[in-house]
Design a protein around this ligand. Structure first.
Ligand code: PEP
Ligand code: MN
Length: 332
């Protein structure tokens, strides 16, 4: 259930109604917009008298919400959430490209790529240090050493860093990481999501390989229920019967997500297609469809990459894609 308070309601008035609601056994999520405050009632709202709530002097409207996700629901929070990463913003009209290698392989590799892409359109640097690989015999990442190299590359270029976490026990290592990625394979690792909900870190939540949008939003709800509202969603393609591409990019998730939630959504055309030459058209399409950003894999030597070389762009190809995306954005 949501209650929209009237324009001009004072803090004290809002607090008194929040206390009144809490005394009836529900939790209240408060969203203060530019003009109005929206109260999201979470928990068992069956005992709340809708008519009585609506009749209160300071309440404008009351609506029952049937979706199981509450805090991430746009009805609770009509304004777009803007994620601010040290001054670099995503959402609410702010667009960013996160780029970098699939895995951090060495100082030369990471710093070389970072120095090139920061000049040609990347706002944030990505790189996996803990890698979720399908085969246990594949390169598993440089782990803590990889995180240290990301911090070095950040110092060198000024770009905030994005990297994946696989285990909540590793959280202490992620202190200097700006955005913690939850990969597709961990989208429903609820214990991990709960732990991340207790932190104040920005979380990039990728859509699971075979998950519905509702399940994805429920995973975001897990993080928000713990008190962490700093979430960016990332569509990275879903598993279908198609085999010419690694996954099938669900571009329709962009307008659906925009309608259902206030959280920003970015698109990863690299994992979605698995093929470097398909990245540009899909990046352009995602930007045209209203995505708040992109995540693109870039490698200095794709044919010798330790992970995901086939879908990685060279820095020169990245520059071309970033320029094309900018052109499309300027006409939309
Ligand atoms: C990645 O970003 O390198 C990655 C493993 O992505 P996903 O979880 O989308 O497969
Ligand atoms: Mn990858």
């Amino acid at each position: 259930m949501i209650a929209v308070l009237k324009n001009g309601v004072t803090k004290e008035q809002a607090e008194s109604v929040i206390l009144w609601l809490k005394n009836q056994g529900v939790d209240v999520h408060v969203s203060e917009g530019k003009y109005q405050t929206v109260l999201g009632l979470i928990g068992d709202t069956r005992r709340i008298d809708e008519e009585l709530l609506g009749s209160l002097e300071i309440v404008e409207t009351v609506k029952r919400v049937s979706e199981p996700y509450k805090s991430v629901n746009r009805k609770f929070h009509p304004d777009d959430t803007i994620i601010d990463i040290g001054g670099i913003k995503i959402g609410g009209g702010n667009f960013q490209i996160i780029a970098g290698p699939c895995s951090v392989e060495s100082r030369e590799q990471l710093c070389g790529i970072a120095q090139e892409i920061c000049k040609t359109g990347a706002g944030l640097l990505r790189g996996g240090a803990f890698k979720p690989r399908t085969s246990p015999y594949d390169f598993q990442g440089l782990k803590v050493e990889g995180l240290d190299l990301l911090v070095e590359a950040k110092k060198l270029t000024g770009m905030p860093i994005v990297t994946e976490i696989m285990n909540a026990n590793h959280l202490p290592y992620f202190e200097n990481v700006d955005v913690i990625q939850v990969g597709a394979r961990n989208m429903q690792n609820f214990e991990l999501l709960k732990e991340l909900g207790k932190t104040d870190k920005i979380i990039l939540l990728k859509r699971g390989l075979a998950n519905t949008i509702k399940e994805w939003l429920m995973s975001a709800e897990y993080i928000m229920a713990g008190g962490n509202e700093k979430i960016i969603l990332c569509e990275r393609g879903i598993r279908t019967y198609e085999t010419y591409t690694r996954n099938t990019l669900d571009l329709s998730a962009i307008p659906v997500i925009k309608e259902l939630t206030h959280l920003p959504i970015i698109v990863d055309p690299s994992h979605a297609t698995g093929v470097a030459r398909y990245v540009k058209p899909m990046a352009i399409a995602a930007a045209a469809a209203g995505a708040d950003g992109l995540m693109i894999e870039v490698h200095n030597d794709p044919s010798n990459a330790l992970c995901d070389g086939a879908q990685s762009l060279t820095p020169a190809q990245f520059a071309d894609v970033a320029q094309a995306v900018e052109k499309v954005r300027s006409v939309i």
